[in-house]
Design a protein around this ligand. Structure first.
Ligand code: C5P
Length: 387
């Protein structure tokens, strides 16, 4: 991602967030400059901001309108109450009008300030020229200085990347299934598969950054979901629970990507007691089919725009097309999981997208985040023309 970001820094809270934030912004490809106050400079000297951002730091009091106007995003992270007063005061009124986007504010509050209604009042006082990243309720220790409540680095980074991403999916209310499901046999054992949930999380994250409101219904994943204000998570365990969660929430959505690696079979019976091993050298566990969520959604008389996935090891194209029609999808993303760098538990994927109205598009091997963007591009074009 390209763009110029100015980070306004004030007070001791710079120790809590600024280094990791600058690293994250730079890792995203952004060009970052810090404008620090005198009080911030006591805790971290300007040379530290320059070393971390790769650009000479500026003085907050000498920041010019021109410098602010050139920035694609200005963020005050973390913002002390003094900085909040400065930014919402008369001196900054005109400057805020000249910004390309609302100024992103992650306030650093004393635990005693975290009273019900305080943040709502703050948001109302700041108005639409600001975007508030709300602090977490848990206070974070700041050495001998006490403790502060402030949004996490991931939340601040997500808010920044989202502000800088064109919101072309803003009309989408997108339901995504992700991860494996786990089918319990007894209190200790279960049947599952090697899915980590990484592709589904990548889709949720990219769609949310592009403005979609996402519901991520996921099994027990080993891949974390970054905190994003546009993603609501619903954790389930079994295929049956995932089926029920999808059916309850489906009507709120106008698009769905079902990419969970749902277990095809579950133990016929659940044993409340741990199953004991016997003398025999073999053991059989009787399994029965789980509900096919994608096929059930595809068969509904009125359903959202529907995208399925198919992880295949052979006859990838033929299997994918057959699955696309049998399960009633609009689009189906097929990947060959026998190919190195494609499929479970790796950072990359190579996907071919098949369309219901014929044809397909091969995407190159790329990171799962880039695959997610490419799938959303293809989906958006068809979803918009189908509306
Ligand atoms: O039949 P297969 O498992 O290969 O189909 C894969 C697609 O179907 C994926 O989109 C997956 O999320 C979905 N699926 C499902 N419920 C199942 C099995 C698969 O939604 N029980």
């Amino acid at each position: 991602m390209r763009g110029k970001v100015i980070v306004l820094a004030d007070g001791p809270a710079v120790l809590l967030r600024v280094p990791a934030l600058l690293n994250g912004l730079r890792a995203a490809g952004l060009s970052v400059t810090v404008a620090s106050s005198e009080s911030a400079n006591i805790f971290m000297p300007p040379l530290a901001y320059a070393a971390l951002s790769g650009r000479a730091s500026l003085s907050l009091s000498a920041l010019s309108d021109e410098q602010l106007g050139e920035a694609d995003l200005v963020m005050a992270v973390p913002a002390s109450l003094q900085l909040l007063d400065l930014l919402s005061g008369e001196d900054w009124e005109g400057r805020l009008q000249a910004l390309k986007r609302p100024l992103l504010i992650a306030p650093a509050l004393l635990p005693t300030d975290m009273q019900p209604g305080f943040l709502d009042e703050l948001a109302a006082r700041l108005g639409s020229r600001f975007a508030l990243v709300r602090p977490s309720a848990a206070a974070e220790p700041l050495g001998a200085l006490g403790a502060l409540c402030v949004a996490s680095v991931e939340q601040c980074l997500e808010a920044a990347l989202t502000a800088l991403t064109p919101p072309d999916c803003r009309d989408m209310r997108l339901l995504i299934t992700a991860g494996p499901t786990a089918e319990d046999a007894d209190p200790a054992r279960y049947v599952t598969n090697r899915s980590t949930g990484r592709m589904g999380v990548a889709l949720a994250l990219k769609a949310a950054r592009r403005g979609a409101k996402v519901l991520l219904i996921h099994g027990p994943m080993t891949w974390p979901v970054p905190p994003h204000a546009g993603i609501e998570c619903c954790a389930v365990r079994s295929a049956q629970q995932m089926y029920e969660a999808v059916m309850v929430r489906l009507s709120e959505h106008n698009a769905a990507i079902l990419c969970a690696a749902v277990a095809d079979y579950r133990p016929v019976a659940y044993s409340r007691e741990k199953i004991k091993k016997g003398q025999e050298s073999t053991f059989s566990l009787l399994l029965q089919r789980t509900p096919d969520i994608l096929a059930a959604v595809g068969a509904l008389p009125s359903r959202p725009f529907l995208v399925g996935f198919a992880a295949e090891t052979n006859e990838v194209e033929a299997n994918a097309r057959e699955k696309l029609y049998r399960k009633g999808c609009d689009m189906l993303c097929a990947n060959d999981i026998s190919e190195a760098g494609s499929g479970f538990a790796v950072a990359t994927n190579r996907v071919t997208v098949h369309f219901r109205d014929g044809g397909c598009q091969e995407l190159p091997m790329q990171s799962k985040l880039d695959v997610a963007d490419a799938i959303l591009d293809l989906m958006l074009a068809r979803w918009q023309s189908a509306r």
